[in-house]
Design a protein around this ligand. Structure first.
Ligand code: ADP
Length: 684
């Protein structure tokens, strides 16, 4: 059975001069309690009708109704059932109504005794969409609003009781006799006899009621205050969290992010010291990077922090959670490692010299990757107990820092990438300029020569020979450039199959020297001397073709930049470890100290690329660097300066062990050279 008619509306239709008032739930609770106390503290035997919206609201008050039932036989409690509430006639009458019933939206308490009559008849105001928008969701319980009548007016109370009793009669017809009795005893005005001698009505003696009401209102006020206080604290923390998040996200520089974070957090949360350091899980130590200290607190910035065997750090890594130590002097984890020479001493030093009494260690993770650790220290003599709220706040800030750090790193990577792209772009432009120049110049010469030969059949044979030689030599230049481009691009693109073999370095040197001499047989070259003593040099493990390529390029350069009366020397020595160090020195034009590194860049030439006199492509050393890099070696240049000669060094791996089987597979450089000629890479 569900009645859709509102009791409040029904009552207002009867009592036309009454206007409904607005009540907050907190006030209704206080009023109801005060009214119930009136019954409990009086000798009267009243009619009591209480209608709760839901069973759960009734449950909070059921103990009171048990006591009220001791006072009177006419007690009726109504509610929409949620678990076991139902129609019963026990200590008092319980009446269940459907959740769709109008009563489910209303709150009633009607009390009629000999000494007093009072009613509270209200309907809950529904929460409008507008309200929801403003409050971001449903209202908090104490702020629910009701509209209706609360009065000590007996006539109105009797009307309210009539409506309620009629309804109870509909819900539970079997109570008809009891309801008729209630009507007869309480609702007929002439039956009410006020005993003047024992009057305790709030109308004549309001004190006890008012006192109770005030007590209940105080209690709800106190609750409200508490709620407000906790809200204010929450708000403050949110402000702090927002300001830290905002500040750290504004920067894309790691150091700035960390400094702002410790500063804001340290000030906001009011600790003595807040530090942060970058570290990885496997690090044994870290250096305190950024710090905030309150006045008169010693700084630990720049100090080395022990991470290996540090129980707090280890626990933070294992649990991925913040570790708190309320009192360093009593903490079991720290006691356990007190005797440890490394970590024990580290903690002892910190506790004694830097007065750390309470400690919070907050790991900064981003997707399971440890980025660093933030620590909060309390250094007053009285340790403090870290509050769950503060820990939650610090955790949230650590998460923000993690995100900011990752963003900063991503930005730095992007910057690197940008730089690389710019460098690539420069290289591309350079490449276009050089290719344009290098190819156009010889091409023009070849064209002029061939045109002259074609147009002047009577040209003297000596002149036509010069024309042909020039065209051929320029064609050779072009071929070299194209060849170097292709070689470098294959080396950089990783498209080379390396063929490791066991070789003798001296044979490779001899081959390279004869190669250089053969190719420059028309020129007067400086003297080339191999200073290597062959006896005790170990065999090398290398792709011989590429080794010869490096030697030839370095020797070519030495010849190119050294006068014919100068000297070129080659020396090899073992390097202590698993490598041989080869040196090619010359007495030529030398290299400025500032260019010793850049000579290995692609297209580097001392003279501007478009005004070169010595020939070459500017790719030779870049190719050498790629080759040496590939076998894990190093290449570098030394020079005392302009016109003081140069020395080029590079390292090559030696064969780890020497045994017979390896010796038998050893190829001679000469046999390699023949295979080199017969198939693979064309060299210059
Ligand atoms: P290039 O084809 O121009 O020789 P490289 O890459 O082999 O190209 O050399 C780059 C530049 O390094 C040369 O143009 C020259 O300026 C300098 N360089 C290389 N080797 C020597 C050397 N032995 N003495 C002086 N300068 C050298």
């Amino acid at each position: 059975m569900s009645i859709s008619n509102s009791v409040v509306r029904q009552l207002l239709e009867t009592c036309t001069s009454w206007r409904p008032q607005m009540y907050f739930k907190a006030s209704l609770t206080a009023l109801s309690h005060a009214m119930e106390d009136l019954v409990l503290n009086d000798s009267d035997t009243p009619l009591v009708i209480a209608s709760f919206q839901r069973e759960r609201f009734y449950r909070q008050e059921s103990h009171r109704y048990k006591r009220i039932a001791d006072k009177s036989d006419q007690v009726y409690v109504l509610a929409a059932p949620e678990t076991e509430f139902g129609d019963r006639s026990e200590d008092y009458e319980t009446i269940a109504f459907e959740p769709t019933d109008a009563l489910a939206q209303e709150w009633h308490l009607v009390i009629i005794g000999q000494h007093y009559a009072s009613c509270l008849v209200c309907r809950e105001k529904s929460f409008s969409a507008n309200d929801k928008e403003r409050n971001y969701g449903a209202p908090i319980d104490a702020n629910r609003r009701f509209e209706g009548i609360w009065t000590f007016n007996r006539t109105v109370t009797i009307e309210a009781a009539k409506i309620m009793l009629d309804r109870i009669g509909i819900y539970r017809p079997e109570l008809a006799a009891k309801i008729a009795l209630a009507n007869q005893v309480y609702l007929s005005p002439k039956k009410v006899r006020q005993k003047k001698s024992n009057i305790n009505s709030p109308l004549t003696n309001p004190d006890p009621f008012v006192q109770r009401l005030v007590t209940y209102l105080q209690a709800s006020q106190y609750k409200l205050l508490k709620a407000n206080k906790s809200l204010a604290a929450k708000q403050q923390k949110e402000i702090l969290l927002n300001s830290v998040s905002d500040a750290v996200r504004r920067s894309l520089h790691t150091k700035q992010i960390l400094q702002v974070a410790v500063q804001k957090l340290g000030e906001g949360i009011g600790v003595c010291r807040c530090i942060v350091y970058r570290c990885r899980e496997e690090d044994a130590t870290a250096t305190v990077d950024r710090e905030f200290t309150s006045p008169r607190i010693k700084s630990v910035r720049g100090q080395k922090w022990q991470l290996a065997n540090n129980p707090l750090f280890e626990e933070a890594i294992a649990t991925k959670e913040t570790i708190s130590v309320d009192n360093t002097l009593e903490d079991e984890r720290l006691h356990k490692i007190a005797a440890d020479k490394g970590t024990g001493e580290f903690f002892q030093n910190l506790i004694q010299n830097y007065s750390i009494f309470s400690w919070l260690l907050v790991p900064i993770f981003y997707q399971d990757k440890l980025l660093g650790v933030m620590e909060l220290h309390h250094c007053e003599t009285e340790p403090i107990a870290w509050k769950a709220d503060d820990i939650a706040l610090v955790d949230a800030i650590a998460t923000q820092i993690g995100v900011a750090l990752i963003q900063a790193e991503a930005y730095a990577d992007l910057e690197d990438l940008n730089e690389q792209l710019e460098a690539l772009d420069r290289t591309r432009s350079n490449l276009v300029a050089i290719v344009g120049h290098e190819l156009r110049t010889p091409l023009s010469t070849i064209q002029v020569c061939l045109e002259s030969l074609a147009s002047e059949p009577d040209m003297p044979p000596e002149l036509s020979q010069i024309m042909l030689d020039t065209a051929l030599s320029d064609a050779e230049r072009m071929r070299n450039l194209v060849q170097d481009f292709l070689t470098l691009s294959r080396l950089e693109g990783g498209g080379i199959e390396w063929n490791l073999e066991t070789l003798s370095i001296n044979e490779c040197i001899d081959l390279a020297v004869s190669n250089v001499k053969a190719r420059n047989h028309e020129l007067e070259l400086p003297q080339i001397k191999n200073l290597t003593t062959p006896k005790d040099l170990p065999l090398i493990q290398i792709d011989g073709e590429w080794l010869v390529e490096v030697l030839v390029k370095l020797l070519d350069n030495a010849c190119k930049f050294t006068q014919a009366d100068g000297k070129i020397a080659i020396a090899v020595k073992t390097n202590g470890g698993n490598t041989l160090e080869i040196m090619i020195s010359d007495t030529g034009r030398g290299i400025e100290t500032s260019s010793l590194e850049t000579v290995f860049d692609r297209f580097y030439q001392e003279e501007e690329s478009l005004r070169r006199s010595a020939g070459g492509t500017g790719l030779g050393l870049a190719i050498c660097r790629q080759i040496v890099k590939n076998w894990g070696g190093k290449i570098w240049a030394e020079s005392p300066g302009k016109d003081k000669g140069s020395k080029f060094y590079f390292t090559i791996p030696i064969k780890a062990t020497r045994n017979n089987s390896e010796k038998s597979t050893q190829k001679t450089a000469k046999s390699k050279a023949s295979s080199q000629k017969s198939n693979k890479k064309p060299k210059k």
